[in-house]
Design a protein around this ligand. Structure first.
Ligand code: ZN
Length: 99
């Protein structure tokens, strides 16, 4: 895969996905056939590149299904492993969109 043009196209496709609907890291990795780690790297870049545009990367934070704790301050893109309040591991994926 050609690194430069391929990479750019991939990011554009990811941004199109995010503009169309809220996506979790796993949704994007499956849609674009890349690893969740790569998705996180691209998301970080997209968030930076949108910082001086009217649009932004909106984050719907992960939430604990057991007690409802919301991981509002989390800056990472992956799902938290464990709830800090109730120690359960049933946690939703954070979801992202461009708005
Ligand atoms: Zn909890």
């Amino acid at each position: 895969m050609p690194e430069d043009s391929g990479d750019k196209t991939l990011r554009q496709r990811m941004m199109a996905l995010l503009e169309a609907e809220e996506c979790g890291v796993r949704d994007i990795s499956q849609a674009l056939h890349i690893s969740e780690k790569e998705v996180a790297d691209h998301l970080a870049h997209i968030r930076r590149s949108l910082s001086d545009s009217p649009q932004g990367l909106a984050i719907c934070p992960a939430e604990c299904l057991a007690c409802g704790f919301v991981f509002k301050d989390r800056r990472r893109f992956s799902r938290p492993g464990r709830c800090p309040l109730c120690r359960q591991t049933r946690i939703t994926m954070p979801r992202f969109s461009i708005r």
